[in-house]
Design a protein around this ligand. Structure first.
Ligand code: GRF
Length: 213
């Protein structure tokens, strides 16, 4: 049997998506190992969570580098050193250069808290509320050079109620994130979803399971 794929998770904050993906790997739902967690913010909770799960982790503080290239070179070095072949962005609040994206093209995912192509960028929940939208959600997509615009792998929808504010909406969307992110990672690792020549390919088996893929 071939060796398990090795996932790195890049994050800036709490790390609840990291936790969901690491748990799915431990339970064998995703046939891969989380071999590294990188945070760019010292003291980020995701580092503590990685420590508790005994996942190797680093803080690579972008402010300690003279520019984006130098910061990314250090991340790429750490990823290679840990033999990482699949990278998951989970609340990672830095924009990546084309060079970095090129290194992991097709094996680089992000989760975004809106129903893309609606609301790329920040403050998605408030923007959905301000627009009077009846629903919101989250999108897992391949990362390509254009911000939040790579091909979508899966989306989850939640209804917006009259009493919702940005915090309540964020909490309900996050519950869905924890469901769809491990699923999308699994599909990519298993090869039932692929990025080929800029276009997404999905195996028929995932289209008929009631998921908005
Ligand atoms: C998630 O809501 C994700 O959609 C956004 O950042 C948040 C990260 O949360 N990009 P966590 O650190 O995984 O808990």
């Amino acid at each position: 049997m071939s060796a398990l794929r090795r996932i790195a998770i890049l994050a800036s904050g709490a790390g609840s998506n990291m936790e969901a993906i690491a748990a799915a790997c431990e339970q064998g739902v995703i046939p891969a190992t989380v071999g590294l967690v990188i945070a760019n913010v010292p003291g980020a909770m995701v580092l503590e969570r990685a420590e508790r799960r005994r996942i190797p982790h680093y803080c690579i503080d972008h402010r300690q580098f003279e520019d984006r290239d130098a910061f990314e070179r250090e991340m790429l070095r750490a990823l290679r050193e840990a033999s990482i072949d699949f990278v998951v962005l989970a609340g990672f609040m830095r924009i990546l250069t084309d060079r970095f994206i090129g290194e992991y093209y097709g094996s680089l995912l992000n989760i975004h808290p809106s129903l893309l192509p609606k609301y790329p960028g920040l403050n998605t929940h408030q923007r959905a509320l301000d627009a009077g939208d009846r629903e919101s959600g989250a999108t897992v997509h391949f990362v390509t050079p254009e911000l939040d615009a790579g091909p979508s792998i899966v989306q989850a929808r939640v209804n917006i109620g009259p009493k919702d504010d940005a915090a309540s909406l964020a909490a309900r969307v996050q519950e869905q994130e924890h469901r769809i992110y491990p699923l999308a990672v699994r599909w990519c690792i298993e090869g039932t979803v692929m990025l080929r020549d800029g276009k997404i390919w999905k195996d028929e088996s995932i289209m008929s399971n009631g998921i908005n893929a």
